[in-house]
Design a protein around this ligand. Structure first.
Ligand code: FAD
Ligand code: DHB
Length: 392
């Protein structure tokens, strides 16, 4: 058995674990990050693409904002399409804020680079990681590496290990309540090195199902189409994907889509999920370990960042001022923001997708909702306020 000692043991090297680690390291608080898979595997997972202003500010605070400001694409609005029409939400005019299009993979890479530079310890490809005794005075994380048992003795454990990770699962069922909604469809996404069809994101409501045009740079596009929840990427050749995407876009947009070979194709299920509370004495859950939103509206990564903000501030207060006020408030503060993002992504998902249960009546309601949005500055302002991210 190898024993390590630190102040905060972090399970999970996704954006939430790495960002928390980086902020703690900058504040002089020792931490160790562990993950089940390798760095390369984590960097091969293609996920979110839209950063709220508050997220960018946090990444600046973590001293990793340089590349984001250089390579990120600042968007002052986005478009939505329905009934053959295209409408735009002007975020900058409505709410005075922008969003940044910059892939989660790049954020993760920047955080990993900063961690390596700082010399803060990380252990990858670990097995059987578990938070232990988090309700007692001597919490620790146990795991195996290359068949050898390890433990990290610590003050606190941050469960940043995603929806399937061991942290939430280690909490006794009587101490946790979960709220869940599964959507009866998924998103089939592709990445291709072709120029984006428009310089801003388009969300498209269509009678064949949702479609979406996004990007990672001026030469790399990210497109999505709604698919059956049990569909498989092998069922979709590139040509079939492009044909279906174009069918779901207004004609003038479809005509401009540049197609090409995809180099990534994956299906993400859609789910809303919240676990309450997010603190169990010495164990804190953050990011996808505590909640999942459907990708519509791009809130998942941004919520992970706001959780980390509250948790970091609480831990800082604990170590600097010997006060538990911040960590005592963590769960309640984080959940208040989480539920608002859960509501927004749920609402946008309902506006934009075709459900198996959707009737002609439901289609008319969607159309009325989107037409109202197009005509009402009040409605647009409410959407813009949520899209750019509610304040932390
Ligand atoms: P994760 O990124 O999941 O990181 C958790 C880490 O914990 C992982 O590295 C994992 O390997 C590690 N871990 C898990 N189990 C263990 C274990 N037993 N031991 C040690 N480590 C463990 N959001 C959007 O906004 N837009 C999108 O388009 C979008 N697409 C998505 C597509 C997919 C397939 C998924 C799964 C999510 C998507 N999201 C999207 C959500 C967004 O990516 C997440 O909200 C974000 O990754 C949350 O970060 P996290 O660090 O909390 O969790
Ligand atoms: C992307 C993903 C989203 O969920 C979204 O709402 C906008 C953009 C993307 O991957 O680019």
């Amino acid at each position: 058995m190898t024993t390590h000692k630190t102040q905060v043991a972090i399970i999970g090297s996704g954006p939430s674990g790495l960002l928390l680690g980086q902020l703690l390291t900058l504040a002089g608080i020792e931490n160790i990050v562990i993950d089940r898979v390798s760095k390369d595997y984590i960097l091969s997972r293609v996920r979110a693409g839209v950063l709220e202003e508050g997220t960018v500010e946090m990444l600046d605070k973590a001293a990793i904002g340089e590349r984001i400001h250089k390579e990120g694409m600042l968007h002052s609005g986005f478009s939505y399409a329905f009934s053959g029409r295209m409408e735009r939400i002007n975020l900058r005019d409505l709410i005075g804020k922008n969003v940044m299009v910059y892939g989660q993979t790049e954020v993760t890479q920047d955080l990993m680079d900063a961690r390596e530079k700082s010399g803060a310890p990380s252990i990858y490809e670990v097995d059987e990681a578990h938070p232990v005794d988090f309700d007692g005075q001597k919490p620790y994380v146990s795991f195996k590496k290359d068949g050898v048992g390890h433990r990290i003795d610590c003050d606190f454990i941050a469960g940043c290990d995603g929806y399937h990770g061991p942290s939430r699962m280690s909490v006794p069922a009587t101490a946790i309540q979960t709220f869940e909604k599964e959507y009866p469809f998924g998103w089939l996404g592709v990445l291709a090195d072709v120029p984006p069809v428009r310089h801003e994101i388009i969300y498209a409501n269509h009678s064949r199902g949702f479609g979406m045009c996004s990007m990672r740079s001026t030469t790399r596009s990210r497109y999505y189409i709604q698919c059956a929840h049990d569909d498989h990427v092998d069922n979709w050749s590139d040509d079939e994907f492009w044909d279906e995407l174009r069918r779901r876009l207004p004609q003038e947009v479809a005509d401009d889509v540049t197609t090409g070979p995809s180099f990534e194709k994956s299906i993400a299920p859609l789910r809303s999920f919240v676990a309450e509370p997010m603190r169990f004495n010495k164990l804190f859950l953050a990011g996808d370990a505590a909640h999942i939103v459907p990708p519509t509206g791009a809130k998942g990564l941004n919520l992970a960042v706001s959780d980390v903000y509250y948790l970091y501030e609480g831990l800082l207060e604990y170590y600097r001022e010997k006060s538990t006020a911040g960590i005592d408030d963590y769960s309640q503060k984080a959940l208040a923001r989480v539920w608002k993002a859960v509501r927004f992504s749920w609402w946008l998902t309902h506006c934009m997708h075709l459900f198996p249960s959707t009737t002609e009546f439901d289609r008319k309601i969607q159309e009325a909702e989107l037409d109202h949005l197009a005509k009402s500055v009040a409605a647009q302002t409410a959407v813009a306020e949520n899209y750019v991210g509610l304040p932390f």
